[in-house]
Design a protein around this ligand. Structure first.
Ligand SMILES: [Zn+2]
Length: 409
């Protein structure tokens, strides 16, 4: 797998492409792109077959280790790659450590060990056990082991330990990768730790960049502990760290960032030069019965950023989630029907919302690429900002609109 960037400039929105994908020589993926967040190898709420109805284009599946840890034994017997095992041979798989849609427990990282909370409880990974697992899964790309347990309130001591651990994991994992026959075609993404400290980021970057020729891209890690809180993490807080890191990173390498970032923050990160994100934001919205309705082209008949289909106002609303949307949910089903499904706790309710959210988010990224090409990304940013700011103000209102009560049905 190779990454080719259109303009080798730093700190600007950029277009690129991933080519020469393992076993898929005819496929090209355009960046900035969004990886499809998965749990247990599936996009939450929808199967691979339904996903093809939403988008028939090739995608990168983000496979958080925490959600597939229990597959390892079966994968050893299977003796194939993770995309084949999960029934999605046409996909490209990226193995990551934590699940960006769920809050990762803090304060359990120790020297040489990273804890992962699986369904069976806490599992401690060291470089050796982690790389054995990566070998069992044989992904197309993967994150090296790292200590990303830092956020805005982390102490200098914790940040310093995170950097020391990440630097050590980096060297140990690369050592194993070099001699691994199974991983010789895998693209390596190296996490950069250091929390909100420029000096710690500097130390981490200096150490990690020594092995740049073996690495395909970098993850700006340690900005948060995952979960829904990332949606409202102020961009002004992360901007200096992301900007500093990108300035130091080689322009020809991929820059990735994980988390439930809102669309406005995503555009601002793209403007700094980030190439890869994930769809954990779609999952988070779906879990709270919210569907994205913010305009992408500016021609949509929408006055809202998102709608919560559990609200009673949708009981007799027979419009689609978003008028004009061509997703399978909007083409066939109404807000009123989805509201009813949610009220009787039918599984189809979140399925239809997720279909729409994934479709809308993929369109959003297509639009971002088009805007970069046509040099009008700021116009899209302004449009999204108006809607997102209004939504932020609404959710801060003390009185919330009534939502359907499950027990009355
Ligand atoms: Zn739709």
């Amino acid at each position: 797998m190779k990454f080719v960037v259109k303009q080798l400039t730093k700190g600007v929105p950029r277009l690129g492409k991933l080519i020469e994908l393992n076993g898929k020589p005819n496929i090209t993926l355009q960046t900035p792109l969004v990886m499809l967040h998965t749990q247990g190898g599936q996009v939450p709420h929808i199967t691979h077959e339904v996903l093809k109805l939403v988008s028939n284009n090739p995608h990168i599946l983000q496979i958080p280790l925490v959600s597939v840890h229990n597959f390892k034994e079966a994968m050893d017997y299977f003796d194939g790659a993770i995309n084949e095992f999960i029934g999605s041979e046409e996909s490209i798989c990226c193995l990551t450590l934590h699940d960006p849609s769920n809050l990762t427990q803090q304060g359990f990282n120790a020297k040489g060990k990273v804890p992962v909370w699986t369904k069976n409880g806490k599992v401690q990974y060291n470089s050796e056990s982690y790389m054995k697992t990566v070998e069992s899964f044989r992904p197309d790309m993967y994150h090296l082991l790292s200590d990303g347990d830092t956020n805005q309130s982390s102490t200098q001591k914790r940040i310093s330990k995170a950097v020391a651990n990440t630097n050590a994991f980096h060297k140990e994992c690369l050592e194993i990768h070099r001699t691994s026959e199974k991983l010789k075609d895998c693209l390596i993404i190296a996490p950069i730790a250091g929390g909100y400290s420029i000096s710690q980021r500097k130390d981490c970057l200096e150490s990690i960049l020594k092995d740049d020729d073996e690495v395909g891209g970098y993850l700006i890690d340690g900005l948060h502990n995952n979960g829904p809180e990332v949606e409202f993490l102020p961009f002004s807080d992360i901007e200096p760290i992301v900007k500093y890191s990108i300035d130091k990173l080689p322009a020809e390498k991929l820059r990735t960032i994980q988390g439930c970032w809102n669309p406005l923050t995503i555009i601002k990160l793209v403007k700094l030069g980030v190439d890869i994100f994930d769809t954990s934001y779609c999952r988070m919205l779906t879990e709270r019965s919210a569907a994205m309705t913010f305009p992408i082209d500016g021609t949509e008949d929408s006055v809202t950023y998102e709608i919560n289909l559990r609200q009673l106002r949708y009981l007799d609303d027979f419009q689609p989630i978003l008028i004009g949307c061509q997703c399978p949910a909007c083409l066939k089903y109404s807000r009123g029907y989805i509201h009813h499904l949610l009220s009787v706790q039918e599984l189809l309710g979140p399925v239809l919302i997720m279909i729409h959210n994934i479709h809308h988010f993929l369109r959003f990224f297509e639009k971002i690429r088009r805007c970069i090409d046509e040099d009008c990304l700021s116009q899209l940013e302004t449009r999204i900002e108006i809607y997102f700011t209004r939504y932020q103000q609404e959710i801060l209102l003390p009185q919330k609109e009534p939502v359907v009560n499950d027990t009355i049905y």
